[in-house]
Design a protein around this ligand. Structure first.
Ligand code: GLC
Length: 722
């Protein structure tokens, strides 16, 4: 009997088919089963030791098991102690780093830098493969416009084009040029789909959205991931308009597999198949297993739905052996593409120490580029080099483990550089006074006097506020995303001292802190920047790096404005404070505190001379767009220029702005350059009333700017001939 590893065996002409023909039903179901190990807990149910299940062929895949030796040991059980020797597929949530932790994805999105996005994924893949892993459950591609939703931290922000660019970059980074390479891991586009549209910002809640919004906002990032060759897709826990994604035939079988031609593996989210019973569309685990398999879900992650339900489902004619075989074939195919049959022990190489040093430097670079300077009154930043006395207060000043953010993978809690450490190292001449003042949460204000004492002689105060890492991420939603605990009391007391105050916000989401922004001299969003957090932040504080981060998500004034995003439709009564009968609030502005794309630098970049030609365009070809960008500051720096369109009259009400491209620009002081885009006319198309792509003649406005701030955008018009 040929064994999986017997590549030389004359029988193994087509390994997959040969194996399939030899497999028992239990062994087939085993290949559709992914069980969690004990190296991390990432869901509500856990498993015991899987060794016996692997040996018996009932478990063909693992998650949450890493480390070269540990992986080699468990892989050996599968390869040498089972009847057919089919190697295990081991997956893990290497979302923004494995051991070297990079900024959380929402923070890294602020860099608007596809090359950086790909580079950090590549390095994360190398470390994951060194730990013996062959699959990551990343990138997370869920567009999100609601900061109450905790998983906004893990995603690409509010814009579908940015999400699509991140999808492309991350899939390429994780998978590399050859999926069989020892440093490549299979990427998993997740969570398919519209998970970020959760009702009321509550995780796992229904996404009750229109077909139009589904197609215009939430599907594009997954189409981009498939186009980039993503190896796997993970359906989301939620239902979309009542149909749970784990059983969603139109989106899984029809759109993903048939329309997009996705031939990879669909792996359920954690126990999501069994949860179809709770969704109320399956009477029991047998029905749940049948629904998921028939929708195209190949692997049951950490449920036992397939293990318990598929054989009875087959016996009752709810599924066919052909459908089971099709799923097993896809799983075996992925293992073959990963090179696991040729060499199951290929991954788990000795870490390259030299590369690890370079990787830390990349983590620092990614951190610096992710920081967003929201405000800088009186140019209080960058800190003067001769600064003699600085107070660094607040509960995040010396927070170390939290700097990893959510999904910290195998990153050690002791690894990150704290804000206090990084800043003190960058200002060796300064006297640094530190006090936490208050905890991140809780009602204790007793530490505030000591914090004020620490500020007493300071020339400037760094006020390090925000969330704990665990306050965002999965199942970590906040109905009121302000500053937790008694941090406001601390901030008010520090601000009352009348000293220059620079606020650093460590957070996984936009925080509703308009009261603080109004009073602080400067506010920086530092997200959770990972291993090199403190050094990256210090680079920005001291001006060693000129901040260039831009908000990938609109920053609300108040949670009552949510969902709030730049691409709203105009309404027949657009907001006008001066006109009663318009779309506005009596008690709040409709404008956000900061728009999508907002981010200051220590200089000034200006745009001028937007051009778009030809003025009259036909249905083919491209519009040549150009805009002048000048660095009018005294420092070298970078900015991001966004290209939007507005389709003022169409057969469907179009958003007030639609992002069509973005470009980072680096300029020396006084330097100017021309940014050029060649925008295909096809990019002006949209989904017509029948949800089919349509290109309609008429006027189109092209707009360029450094954010979605409408008043600051340059505009030019072109006309598409009828
Ligand atoms: C979790 C998450 C998913 C993750 C999986 C495995 O529930 O929803 O993002 O990849 O389980 O940890």
């Amino acid at each position: 009997m040929p064994r999986a590893g017997d590549v030389a065996h004359p029988w193994v002409m087509d390994r997959i088919e040969t194996l399939l023909a030899a497999m028992t039903l239990d062994e087939k179901i085993g290949q559709l089963n992914m069980v969690t190990s004990h190296y991390a807990v990432t869901g509500p149910v856990v498993a015991g030791d899987s060794t016996e299940g692997i040996r018996a062929g009932r478990i063909g895949n693992l998650l949450n098991h890493w480390g070269a030796a540990a992986v080699r040991d468990i892989q050996r059980v599968a390869v040498e102690e089972t009847r057919l020797g089919i190697p295990l597929l081991l997956g893990f949530d290497t979302v923004h780093g494995q051991r070297t932790i990079f900024p959380i994805p929402l923070g890294e999105a602020a860099a608007f830098d596809p090359a950086l996005w790909e580079a950090t994924a590549r390095e994360a893949a190398i470390e994951a493969a060194e730990d013996g892993l062959a699959m990551t459950f990343a990138p997370m591609l869920d567009v999100a416009r609601d900061p109450r939703w905790g998983r906004i931290a893990e995603g690409p922000g509010e814009d579908p084009l940015v999400a699509a660019r991140i999808a492309d970059a991350k899939v390429r980074g994780f998978q590399g040029a050859d999926l069989a390479a020892a440093d490549a891991v299979a990427a998993t586009a997740k969570h398919f789909v519209a998970y970020g549209a959760a009702t009321a910002g509550r995780d796992y809640a229904s996404a009750d959205i229109s077909e139009r919004t589904l197609n215009e906002v939430y599907l594009p990032s997954f189409a981009a991931a498939v186009a980039a060759g993503v190896a796997a897709v993970m359906p989301s826990f939620n239902d979309v308009a009542g149909m749970p994604m784990t059983a969603h035939v139109p989106l899984l079988r029809d759109w993903l597999r048939r329309t997009l031609g996705f031939e990879g593996v669909i792996v359920s989210d954690y126990d999501a198949i069994t949860e179809l019973v709770r969704h109320g569309i399956a009477e029991d685990v047998v029905a749940a297993a049948a629904l998921a398999l028939n929708a195209g879900v190949d692997i049951d992650m950490m449920g036992d739905a397939y293990a318990r339900g598929l054989a009875p489902a087959l016996a009752h004619g709810l599924v066919t052996m052909a459908t089971i075989d099709a799923s097993v074939r896809r799983v075996l195919r992925l293992k073959e593409r990963l090179g696991l049959f040729e060499d199951p022990y290929r991954r788990g190489a000795v870490p390259d120490a030299g590369r690890r040093t370079a990787r830390r430097a990349l983590a620092r670079e990614a951190g610096r580029r992710s920081v967003v300077l929201l405000s800088n009154r009186g140019d209080v930043l960058p800190l003067r080099s001769g600064l003699r006395r600085i107070a660094i207060v607040g509960p995040l000043a010396d927070a170390r483990a939290d700097m990893r953010g959510s999904w910290s993978a195998a990153g050690e809690a002791t690894d990150p550089v704290t804000i206090l450490e990084g800043t003190a190292a960058a200002l060796p001449q300064a006297q640094v006074a530190h006090a936490p003042g208050v905890a991140i949460e809780g009602g204790d204000r007793d530490g505030i006097p000591a914090a004020l004492e620490a500020c007493r002689d300071a020339d400037v105060v760094l006020l390090c506020l925000g969330e704990a890492a665990a306050m965002s991420g999965e199942a970590s939603c906040r109905a009121d995303p302000g500053l937790p605990g008694e941090q406001r009391a601390l901030a008010e007391a520090v601000l009352a001292l009348g000293k220059p105050v620079v606020v650093l916000l460590s957070c996984g989401r936009p925080l509703t802190v308009s009261w603080l922004v109004a009073r602080a001299d400067a506010v920086l969003v530092t997200w959770f920047l990972g291993s090199e957090a403190g050094n990256a932040i210090a680079d920005v504080l001291t001006g060693a790096f000129n901040p260039s981060g831009k908000l990938p998500v609109t920053w609300p004034e108040h949670v009552g404005q949510v969902p709030i995003f730049y691409g709203q439709r105009p309404s027949g009564r657009p907001a006008n404070p001066a006109d009663h009968y318009t779309s506005k609030y009596l008690d709040l502005p409709v404008e956000p505190l900061f728009p999508f794309g907002h981010g200051l630098s220590y200089g000034r970049f200006t745009l001028s001379s937007l051009g778009a030609s030809p003025a009259e365009i036909g249905p083919d070809g491209a519009i040549e767009v150009s805009v002048e960008v000048a660095n009018e500051g005294e420092r070298a720096g970078e900015t991001v220029v966004f290209l939007f369109i507005r389709d003022p009259v169409a057969s469907v009400a179009r958003p007030v702005l639609e992002l069509k491209d973005f470009t980072r620009v680096a300029l020396a002081p006084g330097e100017r350059t021309t940014v050029r885009w060649s925008l295909p006319v096809a990019a002006l198309s949209f989904l017509g009333p029948d949800l089919q792509p349509v290109l309609e003649p008429g006027r189109f406005v092209l707009l360029a700017g450094q954010s979605a701030e409408r008043a600051a955008l340059l505009s030019a018009e072109v006309t598409l001939a009828g």
